[in-house]
Ligand binder design. Structure first.
Ligand code: GLA
Length: 383
């Protein structure tokens, strides 16, 4: 009798363990399910969506099909606490009010084109002058303001595929351009962005992402204490309108040297430097020392209070390091936080600004039958 009771108890226990393990595995797979919720309406009344990508480690990245915008992104501090580390808005209404490209996909041409003009195969093209006399970040309605078609791809490394076809002549650029961007949340707390595009007419292209990072975990703070390394031995000096002069200047001996980790505050207010003056801080393109098209380390950011580390890898030849100098405390972001001056920093992997007007710069021309393809990875850890 005793034996039978023992056997029944063992069987019961076994059943419980099996049920429990089934339950846990169910929860595991649920963890990686991509959630989709409404993100509100665009100014012209179109519905937008917000997708949540989660990995098993606990990272959560929210991306909207509006502008392919990364809206929030949690990363662990050195105590394992996940907090949001990027600037953004609670719904599309915030973006509709006009924000400086928070988290957005940038195209067809990232950064500036002088006087909004360029010549390609003997023909002159005119773009909107939406930044003083220059064209900036794809125009009045660049890729940051369009609705992308989103396809969630579930799995251990969940992904969101976004596609958009820019029409021939859209924002003044030639060629129907089919763009595909895939955001993949990897197991190791990295977000990989794969960009791909083809055209039916010769055009120019320079795609990037404009996320503003603040590794503090408190978005109501500035980024001046962040320590930055840029694997770049040259940068592009700019004129007063932030167009590169054409010179590739060595960083050694000036405040643009981030070859070794350095606090942003060390040089950002050095107004004796004419380049810092021009940018109102750092707003320049650094030329990576390794010019190969392989995925290589480009930048590292360390925030000493939280211990968070962000590493950036890219196949691109350059990186625009922008310290949020134009943020001036007029934008209310997520959870009612006002984004102050320099409360976020951007690491926009890219080709050089104004390349279409600078024949000596690496080419940004895309021809029919060619495929534009680049990858950038943003990886978080803590120490
Ligand atoms: C880029 C530019 C900056 C600024 C921001 C958006 O980083 O280089 O000058 O326009 O985008 O405000």
């Amino acid at each position: 009798m005793k034996k039978q009771v023992k056997k029944a108890a063992t069987l019961f226990l076994l059943a419980c363990v099996t049920m429990m393990s089934c339950d846990t595995s169910k929860k595991e797979s649920e963890k990686n399910m991509i959630e989709k919720v409404s993100f509100g309406k665009t100014t012209d009344g179109q519905e937008t969506e917000l997708y949540t990508l989660k990995n098993a480690a606990g990272m959560e990245v929210k991306i909207s099909n509006f502008g392919g915008t990364v809206v929030s992104w949690t990363a662990p501090n050195n105590k394992g606490v996940y907090e949001d580390v990027i600037l953004g808005c609670d719904s599309v209404a915030g973006y509709n009010k006009g924000v400086p490209y928070f988290g957005a996909l940038i195209g067809r041409y990232g950064n500036r084109i002088a006087n909004g003009k360029f010549t390609l195969e003997g023909k002159e093209y005119t773009l909107a002058q939406n930044n003083g006399v220059n064209a900036l970040h794809g125009g009045l309605k660049g890729f940051d303001k369009v609705l992308w078609t989103a396809t969630p791809i579930e799995g251990e490394e969940p992904a969101l595929k976004l596609t958009y076809t820019a029409k021939d002549g859209e924002e003044g650029y030639p060629g129907n351009l089919s763009v595909e961007v895939v955001y993949t949340l990897q197991k190791n707390n990295a977000l990989k962005i794969d960009y791909k595009a083809t055209t039916d007419k010769t055009t120019i292209i320079n795609l990037t992402n404009h996320t503003y990072f603040n590794l503090n975990g408190n978005l109501d703070s500035d980024i001046l204490d962040h320590e930055v390394t840029l694997n770049a031995d040259k940068f592009l000096p700019v004129d007063k309108t932030l167009i590169p002069t054409g010179e590739l200047k060595p960083v050694t001996g000036n405040v643009f040297d981030f070859l070794k980790s350095k606090k942003i505050s060390a040089g950002i207010n050095d107004t004796t430097d004419t380049q810092i003056k021009a940018g109102g801080g750092y707003d320049h393109c650094w030329v990576l020392t390794d010019s190969s098209k392989t995925l290589k380390p480009a930048a590292t950011v360390y925030e000493p209070k939280s211990g968070r580390v962000l590493e950036v890898f890219t196949t691109e030849p350059a990186i625009q390091f922008y310290t949020g100098n134009f943020l001036n405390g007029t934008i209310k972001g997520k959870n009612g936080i006002i984004y102050k001056h320099r409360s976020g920093l951007c690491l926009e992997t890219q080709h050089y600004p104004d390349s279409p007007n600078k024949p000596a710069f690496p080419s940004t021309v895309l021809k029919p039958n060619e495929t534009y393809q680049t990858t950038t990875v943003y990886k978080f850890s803590a120490k």
